[in-house]
Design a binder for this molecule. Structure first.
Ligand code: ASP
Length: 307
């Protein structure tokens, strides 16, 4: 196989995504956003930049787009607040940064990056993470900036029906990116609002290093979306990389096997993966998943519904 020089894969969440559930114009808006996110990451990779910078840039685009459950457009907590989770990991050094329940950072993935670059800690949550954010120079916004009418309606519906978050969300909408750069390094980043109506300080898999986000130059990079409680228990990102590193399987097979395990446990969702050689893949056990990929030697592929 000819080795691609660089590869970028992104996702915008998985779930009950079927043509009949799309609102007019929604599919076009999603495709356009996925293209913009690929543009942002690919520009960095094309000029020889780091996978780490590319995944951050791609995720920032999707965080700013209200069609996805991350940054602007995030799912709301039971109290009607956007509490955002994000993580980033560098496969070269296995350095990582993560934040949970932040409420005023416009781009939580860049706050996760600031935690990583600061180097003292890996994972900050809640009030302390907001305070670190204010002192770290990343852009601040009011919590209202994140809140869209659709997400308010989801919360009202959840309370009225006494429903489960997974009923009203129908799709997870978390965003993520994995990349392999021209130097052979991999990185992963993921960002989410979590699930509608979350309470009691609930944190999902997205910012948990090894669950929703993981990168290791010896195995590959993983970003997940789905029912976070299951992804935490399966330790999806680390499990996929461990099967590659210790079990000698290729990353696409490892991703499929681990997603099958998640399904057996009762969980649903998907992952995007890239190997240190630049092989890209995705695996999901939901009807659809917003996903896209491109490499230095292959054209763009954009997918929304099941294959
Ligand atoms: N995995 C996320 C969480 O459980 C939700 C999502 O993927 O949309 O917080």
């Amino acid at each position: 196989m000819t080795e691609p020089q660089w590869t970028l894969v992104i996702h915008g969440g998985a779930g009950k995504i079927t043509p009949d559930k799309m609102k007019p114009g929604q599919e076009d808006a999603i495709r356009a956003a996925l293209h913009r996110a690929l543009d942002a990451g690919a520009a960095i990779l094309e000029r020889g930049g780091a996978a780490l910078d590319a995944v951050e840039a791609a995720v920032r685009v999707l965080e700013d787009d209200p069609n996805f459950n991350a940054g602007r457009g995030a799912a709301l907590s039971y109290d009607g607040v956007a509490e955002l989770d994000a993580a980033i990991m560098d496969g070269r050094t296995r350095d990582a940064g993560a934040v949970a329940r932040v409420t005023t950072t416009r781009n939580p993935v860049s706050l996760a990056r600031a935690v990583m670059d600061n180097g003292r800690h890996v994972f900050l949550a809640g009030i302390g993470a907001d305070a670190f954010s204010q002192s770290s120079g990343v852009e601040q916004v009011d919590n209202d900036w994140f809140i869209t009418p659709e997400r308010r309606a989801n919360l009202i519906e959840l309370k009225a029906d006494n429903a489960d978050a997974y009923d009203v969300d129908m799709k997870y909408g978390t965003v993520g990116a994995v990349a392999r750069d021209r130097h052979g390094h991999v990185a992963a980043a993921t960002s989410t609002g979590g699930v509608t109506g979350k309470r009691w300080g609930r944190i999902g898999d997205t910012p948990v290093i090894g669950a929703g986000t993981y990168a290791d130059d010896r195995a590959g990079a993983v970003s997940a979306t789905g029912s976070g409680e299951f992804f935490i228990r399966e330790n999806v990102g680390h499990e996929i990389c461990a099967r590659v590193r210790l079990g000698g399987v290729d990353i696409a097979s490892a991703a499929r096997a681990v997603m099958a395990d998640v399904k057996d446990m009762g969980g649903s969702g998907g992952v995007i993966v890239v190997s240190p050689q630049g092989d890209a893949s995705w695996s999901f056990n939901t009807p659809g998943m917003y996903r896209a990929r491109v490499s230095s030697i292959s054209a763009r592929v954009i997918g929304i519904f099941g294959e």
